[in-house]
Structures are given as structure tokens and as C-alpha cells.
Design a binder for this molecule. Structure first.
Ligand code: PAF
Length: 284
């Protein structure tokens, strides 16, 4: 695996490979890689001739500057993990390389980006779309891989690709969890032992709510999860919403959509964690 820091270096490598007809898969990340990222990379390696993994902590998607400062940066460990996945390139540019001048482009996909994360993290999805379009334009992949843990991000990127006519297949990959159910996240590294114990209650509430939902209404299920989180003194719920998985708009009845997902964000101590669960899936 080659580590590349410059756009010119990456493009020189990729244009030679594309000239030989090689297909390129892209896995955009912000580093602090874990088994969830590895699952995206392995899928890309299986489906493409060449896989580019970008590691870039994108400043434009952080509305909270202290969150940006605290975000883990672990390039050496990331490159070690990637060696075992079969990735061809680790692209790790500097902020100046990606944003030689400030990015004034504005992306907006209402109502997908005005709810949930969009309501609580002003400008976040604009920043995500800025970096993702830059990476798409640089790498020009055939496929790009994103995790379903960031459920809203995945929906917005699919919409971005549709509206901007990118000829890129967006591959959504299932959430990878610890054995006990905690969704893998780069932020988990910041949890103390007690915060980790409390954080586990988030996925436990979601799993229990799926059984509960089978015999209860949407509003009863909302209350079930809200109360389960409120019962844990170290957790603070930011939101829990039960939404149509395609439009991300709230549903009030299970029959309103064929794809229904519960999306949650809660703080364990100072660490903001997100997770989601499918109540009704178009695949079932
Ligand atoms: O999901 C992430 O890690 C980031 O939002 C992404 C897609 C790599 C853009 O910075």
C-alpha cells in the first residue's frame, strides 16, 4: 500500500491505472480507523481493482471547533490497519492541500439535511458535501463506500450523487458493532470505562425497542427509547426520531413507509454518539 499526501501524486498514480482499464473504489474516512472502516475497505477491495482510502479530518464539517481539535489523529496506526485490508492507496492530504482557499460552495438538500444531525449541527452536511465532492472529483471512483451508522449522511450523499449526476455507485455498508452491541465509532476511544458502560445502553435500548415496536405504536416506541436513555444518569439524549428511511421525515404510523428507521444521538459524558436501528426494511 502506498501512502500519498498530494493531489498531484494521487492523480498521477490513478491516471496510469485507469488508462489500463482498472476500476477504482473510494473509501472516504477521517481516520482513527477501526473494524467498521476495515469492513468498508475489504468490500471495496473485493469489488474493485484498486482501492483508495482517504484519511482527512475535514475541518469544514465541524461546527464545534473543540470537537475538531479533539478528533483523534492516528495516521501510523491507520496505515498499519489498512495494510491488512488489501487497500492500494492511503491518501492523507494536509488541510492546505485540500483547501488552498476557503471552499465557498454551498450544498443544500432539504428536507434531508434540515432534520436530525442537520438541525443540531449547523453547516455539518455542507462540509461533508464539500469534501466528498472534492474526493469524488479527484479520484473519480466507480464506487464509493459509506457506513450505515451515519445513516443521514449516506442518504444525503446518495441525493448529492443523483442531483449532480455523478456516475458513482454509492455502496452503503452495515453498522459494525462490538460483541456487546456498541456501534463502532472513532469517538469510542474517548470514553472512560463508566462512559463506555453507559454508552452500551444506547444500542441496548434500540435492540429492545425493535421487539417492543412489534406490538406498540410509533409514539409508544419513541417514549420507550426516550425513557430508557433518561434512566441512565450518565447519558443525555439529543434526539431520537423514527423516520421514513428514504425521506428521513418522521413517521407517525408504522404503515406510513416500507422502510422505517430509528435514529438516535446521545452524549455519554462529553462524547457525542450516534446509532440507528431498522424497524422496517425494504429488504425484509
Ligand atoms: O463519515 C465520515 O467519516 C466523514 O463524514 C466523511 C464521509 C469521511 C467526510 O469527511
Amino acid at each position: 500500500m502506498k501512502i500519498i499526501h498530494t493531489i498531484n501524486g494521487l492523480q498521477a498514480e490513478l491516471s496510469a491505472l485507469k488508462a489500463c482499464g482498472k476500476s477504482v473504489g473510494l473509501v472516504p474516512t477521517m481516520g482513527a480507523l477501526h473494524a467498521g472502516h476495515a469492513s468498508l475497505v475489504k468490500r471495496s477491495v473485493a469489488e474493485n481493482d484498486v482501492t483508495v482510502v482517504s484519511v482527512f479530518v475535514n475541518p469544514t464539517q465541524f461546527n464545534d471547533k473543540s470537537d475538531l481539535i479533539k478528533y483523534p489523529r492516528t495516521l501510523e496506526a491507520d496505515s498499519k490497519l489498512l495494510e491488512s485490508t488489501g487497500a492500494s492507496y492511503l491518501f492523507a492530504p494536509s488541510v492546505e492541500e485540500i483547501y488552498p482557499e476557503s471552499d465557498t460552495r454551498f450544498f443544500s438538500f432539504p428536507p434531508l439535511d434540515t432534520v436530525m444531525e442537520g438541525a443540531f449541527r449547523s453547516g455539518h452536511f455542507n462540509g461533508v458535501c464539500q469534501i466528498v465532492t472534492k474526493l469524488f472529483d479527484l479520484v473519480k471512483p466507480v464506487r464509493a463506500y459509506f457506513g450505515e451508522k451515519d445513516f443521514q449522511q449516506l442518504a444525503i450523499i446518495r441525493e448529492l450523487v443523483r442531483v449532480m449526476n455523478y456516475r458513482i455507485e454509492i455502496v452503503g455498508c452495515p453498522i459494525v458493532r462490538e460483541e456487546d452491541g456498541l456501534a463502532l465509532s472513532s469517538r469510542n476511544a474517548r470514553l472512560s470505562a463508566l462512559e463506555r458502560e453507559n454508552a452500551l445502553k444506547i444500542s441496548q435500548a434500540l435492540f429492545k425497542s425493535r421487539t417492543f415496536a412489534a406490538t406498540h405504536t410509533v409514539s409508544e416506541t419513541l417514549k420507550f427509547v426516550e425513557e430508557a436513555i433518561a434512566a441512565v444518569s450518565g447519558l443525555r439524549l439529543e434526539y431520537f426520531e423514527i423516520v421514513n428511511g428514504d425521506t428521513l421525515q418522521r413517521v407517525t404510523d408504522w404503515e406510513e413507509a416500507s422502510y422505517v428507521v430509528g435514529c438516535i444521538t446521545a452524549f455519554s459524558g462529553e462524547v457525542r454518539l450516534i446509532d440507528n436501528i431498522k424497524y422496517k426494511d425494504f429488504l425484509n
